[in-house]
Design a protein around this ligand. Structure first.
Ligand SMILES: Cc1cc2nc3c(=O)[nH]c(=O)nc-3n(C[C@H](O)[C@H](O)[C@H](O)COP(=O)(O)OP(=O)(O)OC[C@H]3O[C@@H](n4cnc5c(N)ncnc54)[C@H](O)[C@@H]3O)c2cc1C
Length: 448
């Protein structure tokens, strides 16, 4: 495999992981990162403080020997804890099978650990505060905001959703197509601090959700006993309506009034609500579609740079890690011809990325609207029973989250058909316990 000045743009989650995989092949790689070194406390504030790590991501960490180390620094979340408007809670387990749960992990902790692991390999060099501004695929020239310019024969663009490399390709490759679709909702991070002596003020081992139809809040636990909450809310209310929106929450009084009305059980646990709300940025939520992901064996887009998605399936990072794992497998099979490797990578990953992107948008509506719906709750109860009873039953959520052997596209196809069948059964029963499990599994198996 030729070693012709390999560059990775972006030392985020995908870029750092990829550098380790390439180093294991004995390749020398320069990684250029726009931000400072987060390990020196020099980074700009990340996009989310903690995130859900699940099987597809863990599988990649396992391959580089970091799964146990990272899982020791994570908090298992066994289900969704639903908070009703009147403050009652109900746990909906993610799976009826033992050992199937997701993990709340610090984004910066994981990213820093990957960089440190990468630096153990002699061939890997990180260049911080090097923001790439332009790439010319014809001559391999990379330009940086610092004034630096580097020629690289092989470039991996792991520079995230706003990828500068993707923009460069859009302006230099004739048939390059790129589109970003934004939701009308944005997000804001807030905090529930720890209680006395680092205790957790709400259930530690759950992903908390306050579903309110047009908007919702979620909370994931941190090791220090705090929770990072994310409020997902319309950026602006539709014209003429008085629906809640970020634009309408202009002062402390309107904010507290909104939280008293909608999140009454969380409000007393959020003493710094107003401070956090007005200090933290409001993020936007978009899906990136682009094609092709590569050009003549010289450059490959991967991770969010190729297929950013909304965060509602907790799969963006997991999918980016699966990209790296798949790329490694394809290099084994088709290397050393990078053009062939990149074409095979795109063929494998593009339909799967499109599937999880679509599922992530569907899950926005599920989390926001359906988890509070009695028919949906009956379906989750039935699914838990099916998972406890039949080894071959996996809910759509389980197929996406716990089955790293199943491509996303297949999980989506099978999962959506299965959901239709089960929702139909549950809409006809007043209690999920009345549904005949044998009949349900027979219908599911008939889907194929
Ligand atoms: C609110 C929120 C919650 C999320 N929760 C989850 C979750 O629970 N589970 C999950 O799996 N995913 C989650 N995601 C998605 C996840 O964050 C992304 O999919 C993941 O970070 C993608 O990794 P990446 O390396 O491709 O991009 P990034 O992590 O964005 O890394 C890109 C890196 O490139 C650098 N960079 C950018 N531009 C340049 C440039 N021009 N030159 C050099 N460097 C550059 C950036 O500084 C950054 O370090 C969430 C996303 C959001 C917004």
């Amino acid at each position: 495999m030729p070693n012709n000045n390999i560059a990775i743009i972006g030392a985020g989650l995908a870029g750092s992981l990829l550098s380790i995989y390439l180093a294991k092949r004995g390749l020398r790689v320069d990684v250029y990162e726009a931000r400072g070194d987060m390990r020196l406390g020099d980074a700009a504030r990340g996009r989310s403080i903690n995130m859900a790590l699940s099987e597809r991501g863990i599988a990649a960490l396992r391959e580089i020997g970091m799964d146990e180390y990272m899982l020791n620094a994570a908090i298992p979340m066994h289900g969704r804890m639903i908070h009703t408007p009147s403050g009652e809670t109900k746990l909906l387990p993610y799976s009826g099978r033992k050992g199937e749960y997701i993990n709340s992990i610090s984004r910066s902790g994981l990213n820093a650990a990957l960089m440190t692991e990468a630096e153990r390999h002699a061939g890997i060099t990180f260049h911080f505060k090097e923001q790439c501004t332009d790439y010319d695929p014809e001559n391999g020239n990379l330009s940086f905001a610092s004034g630096k310019s580097v020629v690289s024969g092989l470039v991996f663009a792991a520079d995230g959703a706003g990828s500068a490399l993707r923009h460069s390709l859009a302006s230099s490759i004739a048939d390059f197509r790129s589109r970003s679709d934004f939701l009308e909702h944005g997000y804001k991070e807030l905090v529930i601090p720890s209680g006395e002596a680092g205790s957790f003020l709400i259930e530690k081992n759950a992903l908390h959700i306050w579903p309110r139809h047009k908007f919702m809040m979620i909370a994931l636990p941190n090791l220090d006993g705090s929770f990072t909450c994310t409020l997902f809310l319309a950026l602006n209310a539709p014209e003429g309506s008085d629906e809640p929106s970020f634009a309408a929450l202009t002062d402390e009084a309107s904010l507290v009034d909104f939280f008293e009305r909608e999140f009454s059980d969380a409000l007393p646990l959020m003493p710094t609500l107003a401070e956090d709300f007005f200090a933290n940025p409001t993020g936007t939520l978009g899906t990136v579609h682009c094609s092709p992901w590569h050009f003549e064996g010289r450059v490959l887009l991967l991770g969010d740079a190729a297929h950013a998605m909304v965060p509602f399936y907790g799969q963006g990072m997991n999918c980016a890690f699966e990209d790296v794992r798949t790329l490694d497998r394809i290099i084994d099979r088709d290397g050393p011809d990078w053009a062939e490797v990149f074409a095979a990578f795109e063929q494998d990953r593009m339909p799967n990325a499109a599937a999880i992107q679509a599922l992530a948008i569907e899950n926005f509506y599920e989390m926001r609207d359906k988890v509070a719906d009695p028919v949906f709750q009956k379906k989750r109860e039935l699914e838990t029973r099916l998972e406890q009873t039949y080894d071959d039953y996996f809910s759509k959520y389980s197929m996406v989250t716990f089955r790293e052997d199943l491509p996303y596209a297949e999980a989506k196809r099978r999962g959506n058909l299965q959901d239709d069948v089960l929702m139909q059964l549950c809409s006809q029963a007043s209690e999920s316990s009345q549904i005949d499990a044998e009949e349900a599994i027979r219908l599911v198996r008939s889907i194929g």
